[in-house]
Design a protein around this ligand. Structure first.
Ligand code: GTP
Ligand code: ZN
Length: 384
């Protein structure tokens, strides 16, 4: 860990003070105030860049507008009489595939003025963007403006933000009850990422046909009691598929989970006929490294989209600093302000409310171990 400068330390203490106040006001479960949260993050980032630690390439999932600083500049005046609203399904080179409200798809270029306004983001238009475009001909057009984003999945590359997909509503974390077996620590890692991004996580445990459902009771209990929606399903036997289909209805959903848990099988079970489209996406991404993060929104017959792209299926790195991790564990969060030291890492300190919670059986030991692993920056085993 890098040593903190005095100013940084002071700001962090201020941040903690504000947060403590909120918690005392009975606001325990509410997320941090955006400004406080960002202030804290920027302090941390200064430290990261200053000391050169933690510089590994990170995948960020962020719910803040990726172009927060320049979102206004992207929203230049649009003549809504002649332009149509649309959704960018994918971006390939200079061409964006835009779905209009009537479901017709236009191949769009980007207005030159918009391009020149792009500063800190690599792509002025990203998959998932809500845009206004001027149609020209039956299936072509020009993107005139990009709406502010939320639910952004991005990666920092050479100091610039590379948006993989924008405006995501929920993240379905798919695990498998058998072959491969359940990896709760990996689930926790995805959960932390979703919490950080403020994208709603949903847990989905597939292949329940391979086990006695009673074996899953503990794990379902832990996550269910934290308020997470949990689905026990079998793509093979069709168990739980209808409920999962309803969860996807009208939403834009990213599917994540290690290889082989059955993501493609689930999608095909949810929407028969998606088969071809899913395999088409995979084939594109087989071509090479460059396309692995080219996200594609696949429209669902029942409204909404799924974003199922190998490059983001197993994302595991993010822009979260170790000190932020505890606050992203729903169960640990209420304890952290009761530790003796304001900068407690909850790993080795005395009078640590989190460790006491574990010792008293209030906090789940396995979740705490997961926390320690993520805090230490240990990558989870990610079998192929
Ligand atoms: N027993 C059982 N097997 C399943 C089930 N769902 C999927 N499988 C099998 O698990 C294997 C992997 O399924 P996929 O759908 O390709 O898994 P994936 O998560 O999309 O894998 P990647 O494309 O590598 O990310 C296949 O052999 C499926 O037949 C299920 O509910 N039960
Ligand atoms: Zn502590």
């Amino acid at each position: 860990m890098a040593k903190k400068g005095k100013g940084q330390q002071k700001r962090r203490v201020e941040f903690r003070k504000n947060r403590t106040q909120k918690v005392r006001q009975g606001d325990i479960t509410k997320r941090f105030n955006r400004d406080e949260f960002d202030a804290d993050k920027s302090v941390a980032r200064e430290r990261i860049s200053g000391k050169g630690e933690l510089t590994r390439k990170r995948t960020i999932i962020s719910n803040e507008d990726a172009s927060a600083d320049d979102s206004d500049s992207h929203s230049i005046h649009v003549d809504k009489e002649t332009c149509l609203p649309g959704r960018v399904l994918r971006v390939q080179g200079l061409v964006s595939e835009v779905e209009a409200r009537d479901k017709s798809v236009y191949q769009c270029a980007t207005r030159r003025l918009l391009k020149t306004m792009s500063t800190d983001v690599r792509h002025v238009v990203a998959a998932g963007d809500h845009v206004w475009f001027r149609p020209s001909g039956e299936s072509e057009g020009i993107i005139e403006s990009v709406d502010p984003r939320y639910g952004v999945l991005s990666r920092t590359s050479k100091g610039r933000q590379h948006i993989i997909v924008a405006n995501v509503d929920q993240l379905i974390i798919v695990g498998s009850a058998g072959e491969p077996g359940l990896k709760p620590n990996l689930i926790d890692r995805y959960l932390v990422t979703a919490e950080y991004a403020r994208i709603r996580p949903i847990l989905c445990i597939n292949k329940i046909d391979l086990v006695d459902p009673a074996e899953l009771q503990t794990i379902v209990g832990v996550y269910g009691s934290l308020g997470y929606e949990v689905h026990l399903v079998s793509a093979k036997e069709g168990i739980g598929i209808e409920r999962l289909r309803q969860a996807l209805h009208g939403k834009d959903t990213v599917l994540s989970g290690q290889s082989g848990v059955g993501k493609s099988s689930l999608l095909n079970a949810i929407e028969p006929g998606l088969n071809l489209r899913v395999s088409a996406v995979s084939r594109d991404n087989d071509k090479g490294k460059h396309t692995t993060t080219t996200a594609t929104l696949i429209p669902l017959a029942t409204e909404g989209h799924v974003i199922d792209t190998p490059g983001i299926r197993q994302f595991q790195l993010w822009d979260i600093i170790p000190e932020e991790v505890a606050g992203l564990f729903r169960d640990i969060r209420p304890f952290i302000n009761h530790c003796r030291f304001p900068n407690c890492t909850h790993t080795h300190e005395t009078d640590c409310a989190v460790k006491n919670g574990v010792a008293d059986g209030i906090l789940d030991t396995r979740r705490y171990e997961s926390y320690c692993q993520i805090f230490a920056g240990d990558a989870p085993p990610l079998p192929k």
